[in-house]
Design a protein around this ligand. Structure first.
Ligand code: 0A1
Ligand code: ZN
Length: 896
């Protein structure tokens, strides 16, 4: 028997054998399908034995004569047999990625025994150990690190899994489906057997074993079935489960009411693990969560964390239909499940919180982070046509832009028809692995719409830009709106075709301040669009003529952010101030404020660069004054309105990023507003102070955001009263939202006399809680003062920090390189050097995280020559290492 065991460290490839891309056009059905999978795990930290029995049969659509080839990596094969007959050498071949049996019969039972080493698995893919707990992560291609298998999403099988472990060390043994048998074994071991009746691809397999405690609840489904809900955590976290459980029940109800989707097993489990590469994973019946995405307590988690938990719990639960019951044919279709599921979770969160704020937050994130990705060297279509490493494609483009595409379909069809399309999709493809065409095809079928041009959204990368201009013809009462679209070239896609873009518009009368009725002059005569309608932009350039426009309007364009595009319109500052006051669309009212602030910021950035005195546009101050004095919006929206565009968003708008000028300009605006409106901010703070017991509800969250926004203005000028309020707020220790806001403002100020003892007290109080220590790290390394980089280095030696834990890496390194722009981009290049040192280390330990954390370095083209040279030099230094396929793919693109 050959022993093919290889090191658990990332594979090191010689330069002449660099990883090769996989192409969508090469998709072929598998040679075999698996009808049933039996697994038996005998768990041990360094030598876990995995016994697999696969019931295989030739796939009816496969090319005749293809051998049986199974995936397998880092496995030590101990035994292999077909239908009870041990295979002899020569009857099969094993290399570092596959096991091939050239002469396999058309129907067979293949048995293998392999040994794996979970303890050495620092990549956190496959079976690994986290805090003494065994857990798995199989999406996308982790199952092949557990056993030999057809590890691809179009191979779906029922699973029966027996987990054997030490009774004392591993009292809880979990897998997918329902437990059907349990018992005692010799040598202090015990076992549990799980049956999952729903055929699933291997990426949805899960196993968890450890010393866990559970919180249990129940949900009665719409057809009256009782589902047991279990949340498994380490005992010290039992008091942090309530919000996740509540969110789970709310999600189950919402999916029944909104999409008619009912849960399909008797048991639904969530497990919290400390070491996890992503947020969470939708394994069938056994969701595994990063502890940061499930645990909350008023004393340890901020409002933002509560909302994130609600959203992630919903996301993973919704995958049970959009992803699990109907899955992807291949990984190029990833957005089929992810885009649709993000759209579903965003809609859920909008329904249970403030809908306009949810939209504002989602769009801000998209415009800042996804637009940057779409404009950089790793830009790719929502359905890529090739990849080297699929785990590099769990991107904002696949998730967030993918969700925007589904949202556009909802907007084009209207909710009722979209829901019919969704019903058809789930009914027609239940139990199948399908494509994006299958999904969009259902939408076209139920609506009768031609969506052929719309499909380009999936194949064309880059953010479309729309240049709009309008003319009002007083004499004829006509308004002509011309829209010109263009999508910039992206790597591998020099020429772009026009897209089908839904542009929701209103015309706001300048006299009345009201939405005017829209009568559109169309090819088939006049069309009444009401007060707010969707224009279908399909050509490179199109002019839309509105008639019977009784007064001069200001157009309100792309309402609700109806398409993921950059829309330019030559708004004057008065127009924007007018829309900020009068637009009936909450999103566009907020956006008008952002555009107005951006115009002022542009001037100030230029002034800073030219070394001339900065002068604030009084219209911005007046707009803020009226927001503060006559608040017309709900508190949650008002808090968003009062928040200036982030440095990252401002950078996105600049042709060449000048980090220092952006930082200086934004600070100037903030301080100017704080000085001019100090009393207003102070009364806003006071009006929103509350002693009510903490609840993560929309009203309280809005109050806290408003109060903390006000405090941030006061602290920007280190106003004595503001500093005192921050100190008191920290000392009151009322809840983590307020404590963290106050601590951040103090640490980011020059008031070390208050900040240092506060930091020390916080660090001591929470030393035992890693998720709170993550916040302690982030607060310090995002400080704008010039000692931030030294703090990062110092904190990397802190006992609570480890490069092996992805949450720690994100909290310390990720926060510094992503949120501390002035210090990461230091002109001595030390910020870049620090990041590349970390990437080189992580490339060995955890390639997935290495390939993500490197992102800011890949955006070098956006900066001045000096910084470009420094960043490129660091990328070259990384390239000279023996790279994992993950980092290799990203670095090659960045340097192409
Ligand atoms: N499907 C999960 C995301 C996920 C993807 C990959 C992972 O490990 C490499 C883990 C989780 C989701 O969308 O939530
Ligand atoms: Zn997902």
């Amino acid at each position: 028997m050959s022993d093919t065991r290889v090191s658990e460290q990332a594979e090191i490839k010689p330069v002449d054998a660099q990883p090769q891309p996989v192409y969508l056009k090469d998709y072929r059905p598998p040679a075999y399908r698996v009808t049933h999978t039996e697994l038996k795990f005998d768990l041990s930290a360094t030598d876990t034995q995995v016994h697999a029995a696969l019931h295989l049969e030739r796939h009816p659509d496969s090319e005749p004569g293809l051998p049986l080839t199974l995936h397998g990596e880092k496995l030590s094969l101990k035994h292999i047999a077909i239908d009870g007959q041990e295979l002899q050498e020569g009857e099969y071949q094993v290399d570092d990625a596959t096991l091939t049996i050239p002469e396999a019969p058309d129907r067979l039972r293949l048995e293998t025994v392999v040994v794996i080493d979970p303890q050495a698995n620092t990549a956190l893919e496959g079976l690994y150990l986290s805090n003494g707990m065994f857990c798995t992560q199989c999406e996308a291609e982790g199952f092949r690190r557990i056993t030999y298998y057809l590890d691809r999403p179009d191979v779906m099988a029922t699973f029966s899994t027996t987990v054997i472990g030490d009774r004392e060390q591993l009292p809880v043994l979990l897998s997918n489906g329902n437990p059907v048998e349990r018992g005692e074994l010799p040598n202090g071991k015990h076992f549990v057997t799980w049956e999952d009746p729903h055929p699933k691809p291997s990426y949805l397999f899960a196993l968890v074993a450890g010393q866990l405690e559970k919180v249990e609840d129940h949900f009665t489904t719409m057809s009256g079935r009782d589902v047991t809900l279990q949340l498994w955590v380490e005992s010290e976290n039992l008091d942090k489960t309530e919000h996740a459980m509540r969110s789970l029940k709310a999600s189950m109800k919402w999916d029944e009411e909104t999409y008619g989707r009912e849960y399909d097993l008797d048991l639904f489990m969530i497990v919290a693990v400390n070491d996890f590469n992503m947020g969470a994973m939708e394994n069938k019946g056994l969701n595994i969560f990063n502890s940061a995405a499930v645990l909350t307590h008023p004393q340890t988690a901020t409002d933002g964390a509560f909302q994130r938990v609600e959203g992630v719990v919903a996301h993973e639960y919704f995958h049970n239909w959009s992803g699990n019951r109907v899955t992807c044919r291949d990984w190029f279709q990833l957005s089929l499940k992810e885009g649709f599921t993000v759209f579903r979770d965003q809609s859920f969160s909008a329904d249970v919180n403030s809908a306009p704020v949810k939209r504002i937050q989602d769009v801000s994130f998209l415009r800042t982070a996804q637009f940057a990705e779409d404009a950089g060297p790793t830009a790719h279509p929502v359905r890529p046509d090739h990849y080297i490493e699929i785990s590099n494609f769990y991107t904002l483009t696949i998730y967030e832009k993918g969700s925007e595409i589904v949202r556009m379909l909802r907007n084009l069809l209207g909710w009722d028809t979209f829901r019919k399309g969704s019903d058809l999709y789930f009914e027609r493809f239940d139990g199948q692995a399908v494509t994006i065409e299958d999904f969009v095809g259902c939408m076209a079928e139920v609506s009768g719409l031609d969506l052929d041009q719309f499909m380009r959204w999936y194949s064309q990368a880059g953010t479309p830009e729309i240049d709009a201009h309008g003319e009002y013809d007083y004499a004829n009462g006509e308004y002509r709106l011309t829209l010109r679209q263009r999508t910039p070239a992206t790597p591998g896609q020099p020429d772009k075709q026009p897209l089908h873009i839904p542009v929701r518009v209103g015309l706001v009368g300048t006299k009345s301040g009201e939405d005017l009725t829209l009568t559109l002059e169309g090819p088939e005569g006049k069309e009444n669009l009401g007060k707010d309608g969707v224009l279908h932009l399909r050509e490179d350039e199109q002019t839309f003529v509105f008639t019977n426009v009784a007064e001069a309007p200001v157009p309100s364009l792309l309402r609700g952010f109806s398409a993921p595009v950059k829309l330019r319109f030559p708004y004057g500052r008065e127009d924007l101030a007018f829309l900020l006051q009068n637009d009936s669309d909450g999103f566009n009212r907020w956006d008008a404020g952002q555009r107005l602030a951006m115009l002022a910021l542009d001037d100030l950035i230029a002034a800073h660069r030219n070394g001339v005195e900065k002068v604030m546009d009084p219209r911005v101050t007046e707009a803020f004054r009226s927001l503060l004095n006559e608040p017309s919006d709900d508190k949650a929206v008002l808090a968003e309105m009062l928040t200036l565009p982030s440095e990252a968003y401002i950078a996105e708008q600049q042709p060449m990023v000048d980090v220092d000028a952006i930082h200086a300009a934004r600070n100037f605006v903030k301080q100017w507003l704080a000085v001019s409106l100090r009393d207003e901010f102070l009364s806003l703070y006071r009006a929103n102070q509350s002693d009510a017991p903490y609840a993560p509800d929309a009203e309280q969250i809005a109050q806290r955001s408003l109060k903390n926004v006000a405090l941030s203005y006061l602290m920007s000028i280190e106003d004595e009263e503001g500093v005192e309020l921050a100190r008191q707020q920290f000392e009151a220790q009322h809840n983590m939202t307020d404590v963290r806001a106050a601590l951040t403002l103090l640490v980011h100020s020059s008031r070390g006399d208050i900040a240092d003892p506060a930091l020390r007290a916080f660090g001591e109080k929470w030393a035992h809680d890693p998720l709170v220590m993550d916040q302690w790290f982030s607060v310090q390394v995002t400080r704008p003062q010039s000692d931030a980089l030294d703090r990062v280095k110092y904190l990397m030696d802190h006992p609570a920090f480890s490069l092996k834990n992805p949450n720690r890496v994100r909290a310390l390194i990720g926060a510094f390189v992503g949120q501390n722009r002035v210090n990461f981009h230091r002109l001595d290049g030390e910020g870049y050097k620090l990041l590349s040192d970390v990437v080189i280390e992580l490339n060995r330990l955890n390639p997935e995280i290495a390939a993500r954390i490197i992102t800011p370095l890949t955006r070098w083209q956006r900066f001045d020559e000096q910084r470009q040279a420094l960043m490129k030099a660091e990328l070259e230094r990384i390239r000279a290492e023996d790279l994992s396929p993950n980092v290799y793919e990203v670095v090659e693109k960045a340097l192409a």
